[in-house]
Design a binder for this molecule. Structure first.
Ligand SMILES: Cc1cc2nc3c(=O)[nH]c(=O)nc-3n(C[C@H](O)[C@H](O)[C@H](O)COP(=O)(O)OP(=O)(O)OC[C@H]3O[C@@H](n4cnc5c(N)ncnc54)[C@H](O)[C@@H]3O)c2cc1C
Length: 477
């Protein structure tokens, strides 16, 4: 393998090939569930270098078919399903795109920007804003995650309700294939029906079909005003009624609709006492709504007040506040985004990132809560998520006083099976946002239809016949 490492050094420069020292930042996943061992961390600076690296690996693998050499593309390493870190074989190369972080162009008339895969999401939002434009992809990891990782996982986030997933924001890609060829598919076209949609095949493929090196993304006019409201609701059924009312009153202005259970908010209040969590003490659920409009703030506030008045009259909201300033709106979002951290401080827990048709969510939650309580009396359920997209973080915490690690050891498999079986019964998905990675490969084999799995394997074999790209992730071949 020394010859291969020397070739890497020749391609990207010795300073950008790491083989020893502390490589934890690249070898360990965000949630510290897995710490692998890389043959090397390699950091190319251009598409051409990525192509040369892949060619070098492909050639080496063809000459040494049992060497186990393969490539794990990596961006910010914030993925939550162990997809961007190496296994412990010591034969996988972490190909980090972090140095490819240039905004190649911004076309204000076409409302697009073409950027490299290693650009940090928050930097892209700021670059768009400098041109008075909006890049709407947004999530709590935005200070670290990269566009390549967002595309690799088809990330969602907080604005999906209005702007869609990363897939919906992408018009074109530049990709290095598993053979080391470059597909120049960058395009600012909103209409292009010229055969199979390769772009959509690559998006969400989690680095298993090729390496995304650049993308052309959609931009939008910046909203003139943006307000956030926080409403207490008596039940999940009432939250769904409120969602319907919000669609009717706010139209395309509705950019966020997040639900949080009382227990989820009580964890925030307990672990972050300086954050003042509004209205949660007497309400089983609270909802955070965001209204973004191209009208004045007075108009946007009037729309919100109209919505909340109707909702109060109909009894689907018992109390509500509307943010008075940007900093107040940020505080409300901060409370919502603090739930995962508060949960972590409470102890290890079993996470599920699921989607269910919005109309079935209350029935799903009631049925699954009851099954879990029957199986493990006293188990605590931390429910929150992007209700407007039918996406719930349905997390399961040990009963009060029980050792969290012992709870996980004893019950993780049982809980996962129970929750995923219930998701399947309600025609949902076992992974709404985070992808499959290596954590959910077994589950996918169980819950995805055999016909779909066969098509996925056929695609993987066709595009990556030597299983060079992130093997063992998403689908086994
Ligand atoms: C605090 C926190 C909040 C989060 N919130 C959300 C959320 O709201 N919504 C959501 O969807 N996700 C969320 N995530 C998950 C994660 O941030 C996203 O999936 C993000 O898109 C990953 O980007 P990354 O650059 O860190 O990718 P990485 O973790 O480095 O990689 C993720 C996957 O993409 C592949 N990949 C990376 N770069 C490329 C590339 N250039 N070409 C091909 N494949 C590539 C990797 O091989 C891996 O399989 C959150 C994570 C954290 C830690």
């Amino acid at each position: 393998m020394q010859t291969l490492l020397n070739e890497f050094r020749h391609i990207v420069g010795a300073a950008h090939v790491y083989t020893d020292g502390d490589l934890t930042a690249w070898e360990q996943d965000w949630r510290k569930r897995s710490h692998g061992k890389a043959l090397a961390v390699v950091r190319p600076a251009s598409t051409e270098e990525v192509a040369q690296l892949v060619k070098a690996c492909a050639t080496y693998q063809a000459l040494h078919p049992t060497s186990g050499v393969s490539i794990v593309p990596q961006g910010g390493n914030t993925g939550l399903v162990v997809g961007s870190t190496p296994d412990d074989s010591g034969h996988q190369i972490v190909l980090s795109l972090q140095r490819m972080n240039t905004v190649r162009s911004l076309d204000a008339d076409n409302l697009t920007m073409t950027v490299e895969a290693g650009c940090i999401l928050q930097n892209l939002q700021e670059r768009a804003e400098e041109s008075n434009l909006l890049f709407p992809l947004s999530m709590a990891s935005e200070g670290t995650c990269t566009l390549g990782g967002n595309l690799g996982t088809n990330a969602g986030g907080t604005q999906v309700l209005r702007y869609g997933n990363t897939r919906d924001l992408c018009l074109g890609l530049e990709v290095v294939t598993a053979q080391g060829e470059v597909w120049h598919g960058l395009s600012g076209l909103r209409k292009d029906n010229t055969g199979y949609d390769l772009r959509n095949l690559l998006i969400g493929s989690e680095g298993t079909l090729g390496i995304i090196t650049a993308a052309t993304m959609k931009l939008y006019p910046l909203p003139a005003s943006q307000l956030t409201a926080w409403a207490a609701v008596p039940s999940l059924e009432h939250a769904i009624t409120l969602l319907g009312l919000a669609h009717r009153h706010l139209g395309a202005g509705l950019t966020g609709f997040e639900v949080m259970s009382q227990f989820a908010l009580s964890l925030v209040a307990k672990h972050f006492p300086l954050l003042l969590v509004p209205l949660h003490l007497d309400a089983p659920f609270c909802v955070l709504l965001e209204n973004s409009a191209h009208e004045s703030e007075t108009h946007t506030r009037g729309q919100f007040e109209g919505l909340l008045e109707t909702a109060l009259d109909q009894g689907c909201v018992t109390d509500a506040v509307v943010s008075e300033s940007l900093s107040q709106a940020n505080q409300l979002w901060h409370i919502r985004e603090s739930i995962p951290l508060a949960q972590a401080l409470e102890g290890l827990n079993i996470k599920h990132d699921i989607s269910i048709p919005v109309s079935s969510i209350p029935a799903f939650v009631h049925a699954t809560d009851a099954l879990l309580q029957k199986a493990i009396p006293g188990v605590r359920l931390v429910n929150f998520g992007h209700l407007g997209d039918g996406n719930l973080h349905y997390n399961v915490q040990a009963p009060e006083g029980m050792d969290a690690a012992a709870f996980l050891r004893a019950h993780e498999e049982q809980v996962n099976t129970l929750v995923f079986d219930s998701v399947a019964q309600f025609n949902g998905s076992i992974s709404a946002e985070h992808g499959v990675g290596s954590l959910k490969v077994d589950k996918l084999e169980h819950y995805k239809s055999p016909v779909a799995l066969d098509m996925m394997r056929a695609i993987k074999r066709a595009l990556d016949p030597h299983n060079l790209m992130n093997p063992g992730r998403v689908v086994r071949v």
